[in-house]
Ligand binder design. Structure first.
Ligand code: ADP
Length: 460
């Protein structure tokens, strides 16, 4: 191909998820020519296509079902789940359309296709119709995310994954009466909570003695104590095999040295995700277990190549990816220098179980590992107005401060609305606020977690 036929852009953004489009839009608005590519043909990445947005939709609808059962004596109709799945698709469609508008508003060039890497500034763009086009880009942002990984368990292919439940046009449209969940991470426990609320009998098989490894152990224990007792959680229960048993599936696992079996209409594997990188990227620099190595400015070993979001292996959250995408954009605007940095410690994390948990910054396990002396101030949710209104009087808010300075360094919340309210602690952590500011704040009443200021006032 002669040079004149090569498409030339300032920035190529590979992937249209949270790590991709915010930076693409930022750069377009700043006057850069930007080409963004994703095989989905819609923006939002896996978060919108099969992750956070659809799972939150199902979760909120199942919470409604649980509350309606409790307060209205309502029976959940058998077709409710398929209606929820339809509603989920509609929510996704609204957001796909919204992002299409944003592409126009920001005058970003977007193509449905897949990118391959040929050199630091040379790429090939392949479209579904098999068309291949050479692209020259001064800068690239790799934001290709992760995908579900099935564990090497015999018969694992008989199990469904979170994609079957939450993808746009999902394959699971009927509520299973019984489900075995294999895994001990946040997806395993979120799915267990929502299906339990919908009326499915749920078993969770955790391989080791520890669930939610990345979460502070005290918070995990509190969550496990407060999960609905109908959820059958079994620790130290590695799965050995999954097999067909008529229309159902049988899961064999070992527990206490014994071989045991559970038979259920559906089995879900939720044992992890693996990085997805554009073909040829590993010819530019070495990957780290498949993930793209990045520094705090989202730079890779090459000055003109940045990487953001899940593919960096640093965080797995859309909101972190979005901020990382902007950091990369700002550093491209600085000519590949460092104008902006990502502080992953300030990123709040929420796990949408029932009750949900959320945390941010430094929590006790991490303070011990860091040798930091912290003090903690808490307030129990049994005294919270909204917890009383909904009769969900479990959980707490807890704020952690550095001992010498009383600066807020972290916090956690367990209880409905935790994912919303954690942001208040997150802002305090990011701004390095003194606990006194939180204590002196005349927080709104009566709303969930006015107790943040009550907790802070415990210090004075
Ligand atoms: P993040 O939140 O980190 O941005 P996501 O997994 O949500 O990650 O989004 C990554 C997006 O990258 C997905 O929509 C996926 O289709 C897209 N993608 C993966 N590989 C390629 C590729 N080689 N070229 C273009 N897009 C890609």
């Amino acid at each position: 191909m002669v040079r004149s036929q090569v498409k030339s852009v300032d920035v190529l953004v590979i992937g249209g998820g949270g790590g991709g489009y915010p930076g693409a839009f930022r750069l377009s608005r700043a006057g850069y020519s930007v080409l963004m590519v994703d095989p989905k043909g819609v923006l939002g990445g896996n978060c919108l296509y099969s992750g956070c947005v659809p799972s939150k939709t199902v979760r909120e609808m199942s919470l409604l079902a649980a509350r309606a059962r409790k307060f209205l004596g309502a029976q959940v109709r058998p077709e409710f789940f398929s209606e929820v799945q339809k509603h989920k698709d509609e929510v996704q469609e609204i957001r796909f359309a919204q992002h299409a508008e944003e592409i126009k508003e920001n005058s970003t060039d977007y193509v449905k296709g897949t990118v391959e890497v040929k050199g630091p500034k040379d790429f090939v763009l392949r479209t579904d119709e098999g068309k291949a086009e050479e692209v020259h880009a001064d800068y690239a942002i790799v934001a290709t995310g992760t995908e579900v990984e099935r564990p090497p368990i015999p018969g694992a292919e008989l199990a469904i994954t979170s994609d079957d439940i939450f993808s746009y046009h999902p394959t699971l449209t009927e509520l299973p009466d019984e489900m075995v969940v294999i895994g001990g991470g946040y997806i395993a426990f979120e799915v267990a909570s929502m299906f339990n609320a919908l009326g499915t009998k749920v078993h969770v098989l955790v391989r080791s003695n520890r669930a939610l490894r990345e979460v502070d152990s005290r918070l995990v224990n509190m969550l496990l104590e407060n999960l609905d007792k109908d959820i059958d959680v079994r620790f130290n229960s590695p799965t050995l095999a999954v097999e067909k048993r008529g229309a159902a599936k049988a899961v064999t696992f070992s527990q206490g040295g014994e071989r045991k079996e559970l038979v259920a209409s559906q089995v879900l594997v939720a044992t992890g995700r693996k990085p997805v990188t554009p073909k040829g990227l590993d010819t530019l620099f070495a990957l780290n277990k498949g993930y793209v190595p990045t520094d705090e400015g989202m730079g890779t070993p090459l000055r003109n190549v940045f990487a953001t979001g899940d593919v960096t292996g640093k965080t797995t959250y859309f909101h972190a990816a979005m901020r990382e995408s902007l950091v990369a954009a700002h550093n491209i605007m600085a000519g590949g220098g460092r104008e902006d940095y990502m502080d992953v410690r300030d990123v709040p994390v929420a796990i949408f179980t029932m009750p949900p948990i959320a945390y941010v910054g430094i929590t006790p396990d991490r303070a011990v590992a860091m040798g930091m002396k912290i003090a903690e101030y808490s307030y129990p949710l049994k005294r919270d107005v909204m917890a009383q209104v909904y009769d969900e009087r479990i959980g707490e808010v807890r704020v952690f401060v550095e001992r010498e300075t009383m600066r807020i360094v972290g916090g956690w919340i367990i209880g409905e609305d935790a994912p919303e309210v954690i942001n208040e602690i997150g802002i305090a952590v990011q701004a390095g606020l003194n606990l006194r500011v939180m204590a002196e704040y005349a927080g709104q009443h009566p709303v969930p977690f006015e107790d943040l200021s009550y907790a802070a006032r415990g210090a004075f």
